[in-house]
Design a protein around this ligand. Structure first.
Ligand code: FNR
Length: 371
């Protein structure tokens, strides 16, 4: 029977178990250059030592204006490759696959880190003009339904069709650099209200060119980005995509679980993605959050898994905190991979501890230094 400690093979990469460290921003490039620092090394490498099958970086910007905050990680030059390479080498040495989540924040970018209240910064300060599918569509402040006119936040600009085409190239170039840096897996971040999700949702996409309007048109850039990333990465390495399955905006025309299932099935059936990582929400401050208890998003992963029907693997994320929960997801065929976020911040050794709890110590090896 397949359980949490069964191997997971994707193309010619094999994860040693079904636990992935969820991408989590660290806001730890204080020089604002997007270069990985000692903090990223410690953070990612200790989770590789801790037994996870796949260690995924935080949202890593494909270009400077793709960062969420000024202090985010990036992958837009060879210097970024050099800064990340020791991390992928260490993951390999520790038996973990390394993954990088490629991202563009769109109109949610150009902010200070959360511990500085995520205040928006414009191009006259440390920030930049943030590209967006439709610059008028995002309410910056909780409860606003139209974008504020406040001078501070007037740094959002609608992308031209040519800008969108350039974005596809930026993702492809970053994917090629990810390969150079030694990453085993490349994940496209199309969730949580960031740029690609902004294109998917009719709430934030009011374009009238070929990237806006119908489902086909709104999903075009994601299909182009995923295809370009697939083409930029060698055949033996898997490509993942993360979606927000729903905008959690049931009272208006928005991105839904059925939309996600249809897009995931399309990408999977064309062999463009190997795994769909199913999250939710983040597009709009008026989202109606469900109870954030255990497994709060797993139902969406199940729906997507049904839709892709074996053409791709599916990962579940959200409120997975115990070994029993993670194991049951895999054993009961609800998901192929348990993606664990905050519990990995509390316990870098989540996977090794899970093996103890689940009586599967036969399936793991503690580092010899710790045995
Ligand atoms: C996140 N999350 C997140 N998601 C993502 O796709 N890219 C990212 O860079 C981040 N950054 C981030 C930072 C921090 C500090 C947290 C806590 C979360 C979301 C994360 O990957 C995950 O989807 C959620 O935290 C839900 O999973 P857990 O934490 O309930 O296991």
């Amino acid at each position: 029977m397949t359980d949490l400690f069964s191997d997971l093979s994707m193309r010619d990469r094999t994860a040693r178990n079904r636990v992935m460290v969820s991408p989590m921003c660290q806001y730890s490039c204080p020089d604002q250059d997007g270069l990985a620092t000692e903090w990223h090394r410690q953070h990612l490498e200790s989770r590789a030592v801790g037994g996870a099958g796949i260690v995924m970086t935080e949202a890593t910007a494909v270009r400077p204006d793709g960062r969420i905050s000024t202090d985010d990680l990036g992958l837009w030059s060879d210097a970024h490759v050099d800064a990340l390479e020791p991390i992928t080498a260490f993951c390999e040495e520790s038996g973990a696959l390394s993954g990088v989540q490629l991202a563009h924040a769109g109109h949610k970018g150009s902010k200070r880190p959360p511990w500085e209240d995520s205040v928006p910064v414009g191009p006259t300060g440390d920030g930049w003009v943030a590209p967006s599918p439709s610059a008028d569509a995002y309410p910056w402040r909780e409860g606003d339904d139209e974008r504020s006119d406040d001078a501070d936040v007037k740094h959002v600009e609608t992308m031209s069709t040519t800008d969108v085409e350039a974005l596809v190239d930026d993702f492809a170039n970053a994917a090629a650099r990810a390969d150079d840096a030694g990453f085993d897996v490349v994940e496209v971040h199309a969730a949580h209200g960031y740029l690609l999700h902004q294109f998917l949702s009719p709430v934030t996409n009011r374009r009238e060119d070929r990237y806006g309007g119908s489902f086909e048109a709104r999903t075009r850039v994601v299909r182009e980005v995923c295809t370009a990333v697939r083409d930029a990465v060698p055949d033996e390495k898997p490509v993942f995509v993360r979606f927000s399955a729903t905008d959690w905006l049931p009272d208006r025309d928005s991105w839904t679980v059925d939309d996600t299932a249809a897009l995931a099935a399309d990408l999977a059936s064309h062999g463009v993605v190997d795994l769909v990582d199913v999250s939710a929400g983040g597009l709009h401050p008026n989202q109606q959050l469900p109870e954030m208890g255990p497994n709060y998003q797993v139902q969406y992963a199940e729906r997507v898994r049904e839709a892709v029907g074996g053409d791709a693997l599916v990962g579940a994320v959200g409120g997975i905190t115990t070994p029993e929960q993670a194991d049951a997801l895999v054993r009961n065929d609800r998901a192929d991979l348990a993606i664990v976020g905050r519990q990995h911040l509390r316990d870098p050794y989540f996977a090794l501890h899970a093996a103890q709890t689940l009586d599967r110590e036969d399936a793991v090896e503690w580092p010899r230094q710790y045995r």
